[in-house]
Structures are given as C-alpha cells and as structure tokens.
Design a protein around this ligand. Structure first.
Ligand SMILES: [Zn+2]
Length: 198
C-alpha cells in the first residue's frame, strides 16, 4: 500500500492467521483505523494480556494463566484417568462434549518427521514422569484421526504400556482426516463412551 508501510505490516501480520486472507485482513485493519472509539487500544491490551499472562500448565501443558490450568486446579476431577490430546483446542473440544471427568496431558502437537516434529519436540518426557508417579490407572489416547495422529497414538501406547494396563483409544466412527476441534459434541461423546482398548 503506497506510502503506508505500517498498514502493510499490520495486514501482512493478520493475513498469516488461519482462515484470514489478505482481503479480510485489509478489511479488519481498515475497520480498526476507522474506529473513533478504542478498538485499537482494546486489541493492543488483549494481545499484551495473551503475551504476558498466558503460558502453559506445569502439570499437563494445557494453556494456563498461572502455574496450573483450571483442569489441574479442579480437585473433583479423577486423577487416575488421563487423556492425551495433541493441543489445548482438543482438550476444549473434549470438555464441550461433557462426558470426560479425568485429567489431561497436552502433547503440543503431533509427530510429523517430514516437517521436523520428532518425539523430543513434544511433551513425552513429562508424560512418562507422570506415569512413573503411579497415580494414573487408565490412559485414553485422543489424538486426531489423521495419519500423523495415528502415528502419534502408536508412539504414546509404547510409552504408556509398561506402566498402565488399561490403554484406550477414542472409538473412531470419527471421520479419518477430521480434527477433534471440529467435531460436534455428540460424535465426540459417542467416541469417548465407546472407547476401545488400544
Ligand atoms: Zn493442567
């Protein structure tokens, strides 16, 4: 945009987000610039909050504002039941389905050697430490039904089986290639209720 490098930079930054192309990024930026009210200030403060306040839970690696996430802080949860998910958005999808009352472990992604994601990049080491503590009795593997998600599930099962007898996998009537995040609650509820031994 001629003579407006700051506008260009803002549009480029926004258009890197999933589902936002250059056109909608431009619309959003012009909306901000038009605002006589505090739209830009609100956004700046919200982003500062994200940067400064949101980190990851020391126990399960879920997003947290503080040392532990709200699941790990909730002592009514069953801490003998552990569900392993790829990302915090998958945890949130499981919570929306409403059946699960255990705790979680968030891997921080899925194995994808072609894109350079190896086991040491995910939180397997802390998963193993949690298993060694001896409290967990069942592990539910809830990686996404994709090729990488399946490979990750197999890797998890290898880590878990020396410690745990009951290792289950969500019952995938789930569509292959789908993501937990986009499943409706009842599909996910059925997948959890019908979980099978791995
Ligand atoms: Zn946590």
């Amino acid at each position: 945009m001629k003579g407006l490098p700051s506008v260009d930079r803002a549009i480029r930054a926004l258009s890197r987000f999933p589902g936002v192309g250059p056109k909608s990024a431009q619309r959003m930026i012009f909306h901000l610039l038009r605002g006589e009210d505090k739209r830009a200030d609100e956004l700046i403060h919200a982003l500062e909050g994200l940067r400064d306040q949101v980190g990851c839970c020391r126990v399960c690696h879920n997003l947290a504002e503080g040392e532990r996430c709200w699941v790990c802080e909730d002592h009514s949860r069953d801490d003998t039941l552990l569900c392993v998910v790829e990302e915090s958005v998958d945890l949130m999808a499981m919570e929306r389905a409403g059946l699960y009352r255990g705790v979680y472990h968030v891997l921080g992604g899925r194995l994808n050697p072609l894109e350079g994601v190896e086991p040491e990049h995910l939180s397997f080491a802390s998963l193993q430490r949690r298993l060694e503590a001896g409290v967990i009795k069942e592990v539910v593997i809830a990686t996404n039904p994709t090729v990488e998600g399946e490979a990750t599930a197999h890797y998890i099962s290898q880590i878990v089986t020396p410690y745990i007898d009951r290792v289950t996998r969500l019952a995938y009537g789930l569509p292959m290639g789908g993501e937990l995040e986009y499943l409706d609650e009842s599909t996910l509820y059925q997948a959890l209720a019908g979980r099978r031994s791995f």
